[in-house]
Ligand binder design. Structure first.
Ligand SMILES: O=C(O)C(=O)Cc1ccccc1
Length: 365
């Protein structure tokens, strides 16, 4: 249910209250709330809320949004006779760069190998994406940060993983489900997944996956997406009959593709589309993908920068098994998911909880 999009702004400082009790200071409040949440998760609050699928689900993402708001919301839900409530997804900072600098990865063990330079990739064996059936593999040991993403090398998600964790080993997964499970089974340390795009809007399926899995949002990263039209060497764009790509990429290049008069076909990821054309030597098919994908799969760039809006940004979430405890010296973004049972004005009442406390919401989904 997408109902509004509010601009981000400053929020009030965290109130040192948890569940009606006054804490000694804001840090204590943050810690209390985090443990309460972990407990709540263990007791299956998330599973319960997921069972109430018939209720509307509201994901609220606020900058500087307060953990104590959960308590407030729960109370409010009680007041209006609602059973609904909620799971907090994260305490993620909007400032990934700053956050990253403080992460333990910087000090961990031997330096992680950087992602293979693009120029070397053509001659390398490209890793096969993990699929759900591969997940029985034992976890690898070592101190490298391994980051799962959906797609094959050259996908934008791989670039987002490298931006979020610069020295990581990016692990391709054939489906988002496999990326989530790879983290849950300790095969990798983190997952990075696209959640919304400035042109294409929310990626709804990934919101659902966040609810179904018990991973925590620990950060976010924004990636400028620059699409190219790729084809086999020697092919002209006028020869193309169809173009394949990720549905978001096709949507973001709608004008160009309509002008070309080609059929459009959706596949799992942009780089996968490029790989498919190369593997099957399809002269009548183009792919919307990155320049890096062209390089990896030996395709040519037939058109460059074909997105409808040059300012095309995708927001990716960084997911981990453990939550981070939000700090109190600057605002943190928090996502809250809650359900409300049918009734007049229930949404209005829930949102009033935020409005009355001057909490800015960055997104209501
Ligand atoms: O398919 C990809 O390369 C992805 O990472 C998903 C995606 C698709 C389009 C824009 C941003 C991310």
């Amino acid at each position: 249910m997408a109902i509004a999009l509010c601009p981000a702004g400053t929020a009030r400082a965290i109130q040192p209250y948890v569940g009606g009790f006054k804490c000694a200071n804001q840090l204590e409040a943050a810690v209390c709330i985090s443990s309460a949440l972990i407990l709540e998760r263990r007791q299956g609050a998330l599973a319960n809320s997921f069972k109430r699928r018939e209720c509307s689900t509201l994901v609220v993402r606020g900058r500087g949004l307060l953990y104590p708001t959960i308590t407030v919301l729960r109370r409010a839900a009680g007041c209006v006779g609602q059973k609904g409530v909620l799971a907090v997804q994260d305490g993620s900072s909007p400032h990934v760069e700053e956050e990253r600098a403080e992460q333990a990865w910087d000090n961990a063990g031997s330096p992680n190998a950087p992602i293979v330079p693009t120029s070397d990739l053509v001659s390398l064996q490209i890793p096969k994406p993990l699929s759900i059936t591969d997940l029985a593999l034992p976890p690898r040991h070592g101190s490298d940060v391994r980051v799962a993403y959906q797609g094959v090398p050259g996908a934008y998600s791989e670039a987002a993983a490298a931006k979020a964790y610069p020295r990581c080993e990016a692990v391709p997964c054939d489906q988002f489900e496999a990326a989530f499970q790879a983290v849950e089974l300790w095969l990798v340390d983190r997952a990075v997944l696209p959640i919304e795009n400035s042109l294409g809007g929310s990626i709804h399926r990934n919101y659902d996956l966040l609810l179904r899995h018990r991973l925590h949002i620990v950060g976010e990263v924004q990636l400028g997406v620059h699409h190219c039209l790729l084809g086999l060497p020697g092919v002209k764009k006028e020869e193309l009959l169809r173009v394949v790509s990720h549905p978001q990429a096709l949507a973001q290049c709608e004008h160009t593709l309509v002008k070309l008069g080609v059929a459009r076909e959706a596949v799992d990821d942009t780089a996968g589309a490029a790989q498919f054309i190369a593997a099957h030597q399809l002269r009548d098919t183009g792919a919307v993908a990155s320049a890096r994908a062209a390089e990896i799969y030996g395709l040519e760039i037939l058109m460059d920068g074909i997105q409808d809006d040059l300012d095309n940004v995708t927001r990716f979430l960084m997911l981990a098994r453990e939550p981070i405890i939000p700090r109190i010296d600057r605002p943190f973004k928090t996502s809250i998911v809650f359900t409300l049972e049918e009734g007049p004005g229930v949404l209005f009442k829930a949102l009033a909880v935020f409005a009355l406390r001057s909490i800015n919401l960055t997104k209501i989904f």
